[in-house]
Design a protein around this ligand. Structure first.
Ligand code: F6P
Length: 334
């Protein structure tokens, strides 16, 4: 399948050239201005040899492009030409690309605060937060206020909050304020409407990988009671499906609409979810393989910031350290 993307918005292109030059490994060690100049030269050379797909003669049978499968996209004008696309996978690709945006916005990923089951070493369940978990939830609300809902000048910008439907993620979101702001419609700046900042939206798709018959057990109990299952999971964690439960591959399939929604929106977005879920989203954005995903580290008490651009920039910010928890714990009991 050929995919041709057109964008002739000069200001957009200029910002992309700069960003690409700044973040590309090709220009490591080179100053930004020099890298940008070199990158622009490169684009000029590409321009001279680039041959666009000719869709004007689609119905002419002996025209070479008429038998190809292709998609031409102009996202700025929301203009798409889709030709000869058949089959499940290609149609999904088309749907995904049509939902992409040229404006990029940051995503923030956080696991819920420590739950009672985390503390007991039990998997799954639907327990509430421990004191430690609540301390994280309060710290997260501060982080949101300082980093997500305002721009650099301190002006409120529309922003979104998604959780799973489970108690521990909703409790983690509970201290995040929902302020009302007035914003201008993009299509007509004379029209204003009300936006509720960080209004929580709970998605079943974001619920933790369901461990079926093993839900609520510790890993030691699973190993002792279901040694064969334990062994099978160790051999192939990605494809292994818990009895009456789910596998990582099942989770990948149910997260597909979430990724499309993440791409479709334009506002900064905080997702409060679970270890297995965030591993898949994080792996997708960082271009990790499916096989690597079940082993990625998504620590508790940490916000992961993803800034999609020509090259994705990501950062892990630990916002509650164990020693701070220990101090607040001592404080509660003194
Ligand atoms: O232990 C916390 C948890 O979120 C469990 O609820 C879940 O089963 C597990 O992590 C997923 O991690 P892994 O796939 O490594 O067992």
């Amino acid at each position: 399948m050929w995919i041709e993307v057109t964008n002739d918005d000069e200001s957009f292109l200029m910002s992309q050239y700069r960003l690409t030059a700044m973040s590309s490994p090709d220009y490591q060690g080179m100053c930004n201005d020099e890298a940008e100049r070199d990158y622009r030269k490169r684009v000029e050379i590409f321009r001279t040899i680039f041959e666009p797909i000719d869709s004007s003669l689609i119905s002419t049978p002996d025209h070479k492009e008429s038998s190809w499968t292709y998609m031409k996209c102009d996202h700025a004008r929301q203009h798409f030409i889709v030709h000869n696309v058949k089959g499940y996978l290609f149609q999904k690709v088309v749907n995904f690309i049509m939902n992409l945006r040229t404006t990029s916005h940051p995503f923030y990923l956080s696991r819920h605060g420590q739950s009672e089951y985390n503390d007991l070493g039990r998997i799954g369940g639907d327990s509430g937060l421990t004191e430690h978990g609540l301390a994280y939830a309060r710290r997260l609300a501060d982080f949101v206020d300082r980093n997500i809902v305002k721009d650099k000048e301190g002006k409120h910008v529309p922003s979104r909050l998604w959780t799973s439907t489970m108690r521990r993620t909703k409790e983690t979101a509970q201290f995040i304020p929902q302020e009302k702001i007035i914003i201008k419609a993009e299509s007509d700046p004379t029209v204003e409407y009300e936006w509720v900042q960080m209004r929580p939206r709970a998605w079943h798709h974001l619920d933790e990988l369901f461990a079926g018959s093993c839900d609520g057990m510790t890993y030691e109990e699973i190993e002792a009671e279901f040694p064969d299952e334990w062994e099978r999971r160790n051999v192939d964690k990605l494809a292994y499906r818990y009895p009456r439960g789910e596998s990582y591959l099942d989770v990948i399939a149910r997260l597909e609409p979430i990724i499309i929604e993440m791409e479709r929106h334009r506002e900064p977005l905080l997702i409060i979810a679970h270890q297995a879920i965030l591993r898949i989203i994080y792996a997708f954005y960082l271009g990790k393989t499916r096989a690597e995903a079940p082993y990625l580290s998504i620590p508790l008490n940490t916000v992961i910031e993803l800034n999609p651009g020509p090259i994705i920039v990501h950062e892990m910010v630990s916002i509650l350290h164990d020693f701070e928890w220990f101090i607040s714990f001592m404080f509660i009991f003194l």
